[in-house]
Design a protein around this ligand. Sequence first.
Ligand code: ATP
Length: 243
Amino acid sequence: MIPDPTTSRPTVVSVEKLQAGYGRKQVVFDVDLHVAEGEIVSIVGANGAGKTTTLKTIYGILPALGGTITYRGENTTKAFVTKNNARGMSLVPAERFVFGELTVRDNLLLGALHERSAAERAAQWKLVHDLFPILAERSTQKAATLSGGQQRMASLALALMSRPKLLLLDEPALGLAPAIIIELFAAIRKLADETGLSVIILEQNIGQALRVTDRFYVMRAGRIILEQTNAQMRARKDYWDLF
Ligand code: ATP
């Protein structure tokens, strides 16, 4: 893999001149971005800026209308979601995503279906439980009986069970209590630092994202208008001009 432009680590995903949208309606224009191994990048911007569309196109849920997506050294511009998923991309949508009638344990096991070895499943199970002890405590409970925040944790845990290399998180903090957000972001940071997981987070609240983000892209009206390191973003007096 080629070294990343802003770190000495390999680039996991890079996007060049991405054009995306819905049918003939283009909503994303000329997007360039890259994420290195172990790096957490946040895309921030107002409602409708094109963040989710960009993420879904990288994941292969939406076809790219133009440009190039390279994931782990391979041109995946035309790759379908199933292939991207099998190669270690995982998307956690903004809505909670658990099967309410199944226990927490069964939900998590679904995430590890493609792991062939029981030892690997067990190792991933332990990692996820160490990150989210509350899910271990509730493992025999139906997922529907968890609180909203715990269901969001379970959605993330389900995605982590497949041992992703690139995690795509659509507004993970939405509707969560501040204490849960801190816990969730700390868990994501730990994974990136300790396992080299790369993460793209979509976020509207820059103050919140500063806790976990290495580098920011600011999106407005379908375009990336600014790239900032964590330190550059922290040095700003306010963010209103970015939206
Ligand atoms: P939000 O936080 O509101 O989801 P966003 O930055 O993620 O904002 P997108 O969801 O990517 O923005 O939306 C970008 C544009 O695409 C908006 O104008 C939106 O109306 C439009 N759009 C989103 N989904 C669809 C769809 N399924 N069909 C047609 N247009 C859509």
